[in-house]
Design a protein around this ligand. Sequence first.
Ligand code: NAD
Length: 505
Amino acid sequence: MTDMTLIPATATALPAPFHARHLIGGRTCDSADGAVTDRLSPAHGTLVSRAAKGGTAEVDAAVAAARAALAGWAATTGKARAAILLKVADLIEINATQMALLECLETGKPISQARGEVTGSADLWRYAAALARTHKGDSHNSLGADMLAVVLKEPRGVVSIITPWNFPIWILSQKLPFALAAGCTCVIKPSELTPSTTAMLGDLLMQAGLPEGVANIVLGEGQPVGARMVSHPDVDMVTFTGSSAVGRAIAAEAGKSLKKVALELGGKNPQVIFPDADLDSAADAVTFGMVFNAGECCNSGSRIIVHADIAEAFTARVVALSGQVAFGDPLHPDTQVGAIVTPEHAARIDGFVHAAKAAGARVTLGGGPLSIPGLGGQFYAPTVLTGVTADMAIAREEVFGPVLSVLTFRTLDEAIALANDAAYGLSAGVWSENVHTCLSFARRVQAGTIWTNTWMDGFPEVTFGGMKQSGLGREIGSYGLEEFLEVKSVAMRVGRTRAPWVKTV
Ligand code: NAD
């Protein structure tokens, strides 16, 4: 039995509930019918926020405001757009303490991690500001003496942005500043579970001088708010991060009107560990990949594929390290893993673990809810399952909890086949001191991001996105901006050199 490191309830006084409101046409408002959604802290059970709960009327008003603002914003210089984005970044940093607290209390994630995500998102705004001034099209000056062509990049138009609950401000910042840098106007919907930091950001956008209607926020649920943001005829593009099931529904609906769609979906991300790897670093990264954000992370390293010769000893290292990770009150500065987002989601994680046991997997660590002294919220123990085979649901489906499946291999080909034996293709990792092994893996594994001898490092400059069922399109980096740009070719004749096509008599 591995001892766990538990952080009991802290005595921190919780703030008064935050009132989150829509932002439509530059004005904050509640829903016309007064409907609201309450959000309780997953760790503490106390009221964190009361948010306006919108409907199709709010979406229609927000889309109309975004459409009305489009021509003006699209004509604004890159310099002026960048100045506003930089101001937003400063304001995020100034307000980081309150934003991090709300993010921590609505998601259940640790306060130190929430703070890192809030300040990190400011950097995404700064990077997008740089792109606003520097992006450009192409010129073709070798088409002949009488021909010059240019490829212009134009904003796609009105963009619907729909985000999930696991990294609310971070994921919004992977999309919104890039859309604004491109000259698009937006309608935004955060998850109904985590509305507050998005609503706060709305206030900051106005303080930064973003013109009315350029960014609009409608709070509420997938049905009807998200669905209307997809089907609305005056929306040109939808960018969505969330589950593959909802992503498929969005792509099908958007297909009816041939809207451009960008999707960031789930993952079943493998890390392959070769015997020649730095096994201390690998075990640390595997532990991190399993429990970070309580496993509620698209990049969760939820399965490892370990060489059979070292599998038992390596798994024992991961189990020992997991016992040293501090699980507990998200408000405590030392906590590394907090609460599961909802009781229903905690039950779903447990269902996966029970099904894996019934299918023949062995529970080497954890395997059930975790009791944190003084807290009634839903916590889940770090869980390591061995004896997992590739056909089991636990090896194939996204669990979205702190649960690791251990599979084994003997040859590079076998490891790559197992890594690719998944419907998803978001990220993958390889651990080996042999550069040839790492490069072969990087070239042959189907994933949008490959990490070699590291896990989950990300940078605004380095694009991110999924292959296969993990998504369509890319975010951040210069590719992230391109998603929001339409391409137009302009061919120009120089001089009166064109021979007539019609042969006149
Ligand atoms: P979800 O799909 O349930 O919801 C995401 C958003 O879509 C929410 O705002 C929700 O209200 C909205 N929505 C629900 N139904 C809708 C509909 N019919 N039309 C339009 N919008 C609708 O996902 P979730 O539970 O909030 O988040 C977890 C999922 O997100 C996981 O699958 C995870 O892998 C994925 N995710 C992916 C990435 C990535 O970058 N690839 C990042 C984070 C999370």
